[in-house]
Design a protein around this ligand. Structure first.
Ligand code: UDP
Ligand code: MG
Length: 319
């Protein structure tokens, strides 16, 4: 059995199209002896996403729905879906058809043949994306790979098929600040990469603003690397050393030339500069403190809401 985990946030136009695209692959999958279940995770949508899924559930037994009590973000939605997945294989796939379901049979084949534990995908092109966004995305991957132990693929998507073993490993990483791309790499296992050209989403709008992506990038970096902290102490040391040299220089100058009073503008500049660096470093430390704080509260990653169907089943039992 293959469990497809599909996070959805305000995607009413896409649900049906997605379902049709996936059912198109059923035959090929069944040919390999693989049955499919689809787990839609409604991430607190405010449009008709849930209604669309209910519509599917009326006729299709393999469609499941997990409803979250509000919008927790894609990371939480993926986690919620993976927890629900019962299949021997799990897949994460976007509902906007940017992750082509037609790749599924080929991906599943590689995993069941034992060739690898996971088939992941990456986009090799970024057509249709603003150039500035692509530039910062590339920069992020460069910095991330330099600073952290886990290696991320440039352009990696969350779209992947995984073995049960790997899924369990991912679920065991129960941290609250979830950065899945990092977690996938961190748990290890043999991963095969599949490349494809970027595809525009079928309907609706992307949920990621530039600012959100920036926060996501900082989150990822601080979740998988403590190097920024070491860098701050290095900067501190460097500045101590430079000021020591300058102090010696000033003393020597005074001994030779006496004490002409000037140079307060340069002094003011130096004070501003050093204060700026200090604030910046404290800010970085603050990021880690806030991470530790939110982890230590141990709040759940997501909260489920009973779906209408479940409520009905319960009330039917009572009567
Ligand atoms: N998504 C979600 N919760 C959110 C934002 C997005 O579940 O808070 C889902 C969304 O419905 C879609 C997937 O995550 O299925 C990817 O989102 P999107 O297409 O906006 O991202 P992009 O493809 O532009 O990276
Ligand atoms: Mg998308």
């Amino acid at each position: 059995m293959l469990s497809l985990v599909v996070p959805c946030y305000n995607e009413e136009e896409n649900i049906r199209m997605f379902y049709e695209a996936v059912t198109g692959q059923y035959e090929a999958l069944l040919g390999m002896g693989v049955k499919t279940e689809i787990i839609f995770v409604d991430d607190g949508s405010s449009d008709g996403t849930v209604r669309e899924v209910y519509g599917l559930q009326d006729t299709c037994a393999e469609v499941k729905l997990v409803e979250l009590s509000r919008n927790f973000g894609k990371e939480a939605a993926m986690y919620a879906g993976l927890l629900e997945a019962t299949g021997d294989l799990t897949a994460i796939i976007d509902v906007d058809l940017q992750d082509p379901p037609s790749l599924l049979p080929q991906m599943v084949k590689s995993v069941i043949s034992g060739e690898c534990d996971c088939v992941a995908t990456r986009r090799v092109s970024r057509q249709g994306e603003p150039p500035i966004r692509s530039f910062f995305a590339r920069l992020f991957y460069k910095i991330m790979n330099k600073l952290s132990d886990v290696q991320l693929m440039d352009g990696a998507r969350d779209f992947r098929v995984m073995s049960r073993e790997m899924t369990d490993a991912i679920l065991e990483v129960s941290e609250r600040n979830r950065f899945s791309k990092g977690i996938f790499a961190w748990v290890g296992f043999k991963t095969k990469w599949l490349e494809y050209e970027n595809i525009e989403r079928t309907a609706g709008k992307t949920k990621w603003s530039f600012f959100k992506l920036f926060v996501y990038a900082v989150d990822g970096l601080t979740a998988f690397s403590a190097k920024p902290l070491s860098i701050t102490s290095f900067i501190g040391l460097l500045f101590c050393f430079i000021s020591l040299l300058l102090i010696i220089l000033i003393i020597v100058r005074k001994l030779i030339f006496g004490d002409p009073v000037d140079g307060w503008p340069s002094l003011a500049c130096i004070i501003f500069f050093v204060a700026g660096i200090q604030l910046f470093c404290i800010g970085i430390v603050g990021l880690y403190v806030s991470k530790t704080y939110s982890e230590s509260k141990r709040r759940p990653v997501f909260i489920k809401r009973k779906s209408k169907r479940e409520k009905k089943e319960i009330s039917d039992k009572q009567h």
